[in-house]
Design a protein around this ligand. Structure first.
Ligand SMILES: [Zn+2]
Length: 132
């Protein structure tokens, strides 16, 4: 097990338990999108013994501390995203795959007027596609 994430977790007020570090090793490898089910399969394949409850719990902690971004695509399809930079997505409904689109590749010509008490934080686009 690598220990690269020990400081990273501690810095984000997450106690770096062995299992959290094992999960960090599996998910923080480049930019990737995955569901909890994907991660459960990956953990099994890696022959690491972590209960499903711990996996869900860890994902929820990482999410609440801002280490993972969440993309909700319906009740069964909550995707976690390790790419924390602002970006957009293309979602393929045929195989449930998700791709990043650089934020510079989309621009808005018109946005709705916001109430005076609010300011724009960010705009995120989700483009849903099907195979031809
Ligand atoms: Zn993404």
């Amino acid at each position: 097990m690598k220990n690269d994430f020990k400081n990273y977790l501690a810095k984000n007020q997450i106690t770096p338990t062995r299992q959290r570090l094992q999960i960090a090793d599996l998910i923080f490898i480049g930019d990737q999108h995955f569901t909890a089910i994907d991660l459960i399969k990956k953990v099994k394949k890696s022959k690491i013994h972590i209960s499903q409850a711990t996996i869900y719990n860890t994902l929820s902690i990482f999410e609440s501390k801002g280490l993972l971004k969440v993309i909700n695509l319906g009740s069964e399809q909550k995707f976690y995203d390790t790419n924390l930079k602002h970006h957009h997505h293309i979602f393929n409904l045929n195989d449930n795959s998700l791709f990043d689109i650089d934020e510079k590749r989309i621009s808005f010509s018109k946005l709705p007027k916001l109430p005076d008490s609010m300011k724009l934080e960010k705009t995120e686009v989700l483009i849903k596609v099907k195979n031809k």
